[in-house]
Design a binder for this molecule. Structure first.
Ligand code: 3AT
Ligand code: MG
Length: 346
């Protein structure tokens, strides 16, 4: 019987790998999606140039990380064109004014439907829908950190062929279970992908390296990735991004042969049974578990919905930012029930 059980289990995991690959394929955008996004990006750039001649629109989010599924939105940020000023963001009042101006240009162009300016939001944005392609697009101001964290995610996704399918499947699962909505207290797509990367960094042996820990001889470390935000804070955004070189070097390390099916089971087991929600923090910056105590995230902050630190994930660049702080108690309980149910179901 033991032999028979093992056979059933092997067949099950193999089938799960095939099913997960089928889900991954079914989520891929059509072949012309990339060209369509580039064309929309260029049209928007031309429109924006009339009100912000010294600025350039840059893509971030899943169009950059390679994790865009069919119909994913196009995330853009306005940045100073001159690289010398890339680290200097506009004061928030000027960002709000620009948002209103851009929204007006977009409306007047007659090419965009559903233009909404949100100048007073924490991150001022213009949200719109392109009438020609039907693509939804968010334009925010000076979000240099998001451009860089999207590039970091892209590098990780290129380092191992199992990373992208695993991230697609987890994102898809989270959307289907309604646990992918920071406005209603669950992790964002971005946060789910950080959890996937962290899981792959902490398998034994590790499947992904820690890019913020590797030093390139070509790039002097000290000023390579320093970013300053409008409030005067500075962030160390350095990471090793020579994917080709690293892939070659990784060939010499002990290989982890886990299949996609095994990794899916392992990911859900991690968050259903192994992760210490009370004490631990996931951190892709270090590829390790940190403690809430060390991050000063173990203090109870009275009553307020956020800042409860019930499921702690450290942002790779904005180290004081806990991506799980959107969760309140019912949301965290709901999420953990969904994770446990999935892990039992396998
Ligand atoms: P979708 O394909 O749109 O579901 P995405 O990866 O584009 O996934 P979002 O649209 O939720 O994810 O977010 C776009 C980017 O914004 C991803 C990341 O670069 C940045 N971002 C989102 N949430 C945060 C956050 N809490 N902190 C820092 N950066 C964030
Ligand atoms: Mg997006």
């Amino acid at each position: 019987t033991r032999f028979a059980n093992r056979k059933i289990r092997t067949d099950f995991v193999e089938q799960l790998t095939l099913d997960a690959m089928a889900v991954y394929s079914s989520l891929q955008p059509p072949a012309d999606d990339h060209a369509m996004r580039q064309a929309l990006h260029e049209r928007l750039q031309t429109l924006v140039a009339s009100v912000a001649p010294n600025a350039t629109l840059l893509q971030f989010g899943s169009s950059v990380s390679g994790l865009a599924s069919k119909g994913a939105d196009l995330d853009l940020t306005l940045m100073p064109t001159d690289p010398k000023h890339q680290n200097e963001a506009l004061p928030i009042e000027e960002q709000a004014q620009l948002v209103e101006l851009i929204a007006k240009v977009m409306e007047d162009s007659g090419q965009m439907a559903e233009v909404h300016a949100r100048p007073k939001a924490r991150v001022p944005i213009v949200a719109l829908k392109d009438s020609i392609t039907g693509l939804k697009c968010d334009i925010c101001m000076c979000n240099q950190l998001a451009v860089l964290n999207s590039r970091l995610l892209r590098c990780y996704m290129q380092l191992d062929p199992r990373a992208k399918p695993l991230a697609f499947c987890v994102k898809h699962w989270a959307k289907r279970r309604s646990v992918n909505d920071p406005y209603h207290g669950s992790p964002s797509s971005y946060a789910w992908v950080l959890l996937v990367i962290h899981y792959l960094q902490t398998t034994s042996p590790p499947i992904l390296p820690v890019l913020q820990d590797l030093f390139s001889h070509a790039v002097p470390y000290a000023d390579a990735g320093l970013v300053r935000t409008p409030d005067g804070r500075e962030f160390d955004c350095y990471f090793y991004d020579d994917v080709e070189r690293l892939r070659a070097a990784m060939g010499a390390l002990p290989a982890n042969p886990a299949s996609l099916g095994q990794l899916l089971i392992g990911f859900f087991r991690r968050y259903a049974r192994e992760f210490d929600f009370v004490k631990s923090v996931t951190s892709i910056r270090t590829g390790a578990f940190l403690t809430k105590h060390a991050k000063n995230w173990d203090k109870k902050e009275a009553g307020f919905r956020g800042d409860r630190h019930l499921f702690c994930m450290e942002d790779p660049f904005e180290l004081t930012h806990d991506l799980g702080r959107v969760m309140d108690l019912p949301a965290a309980a709901w999420l953990r029930t969904a994770l446990k149910a999935q892990s039992r179901r396998k």
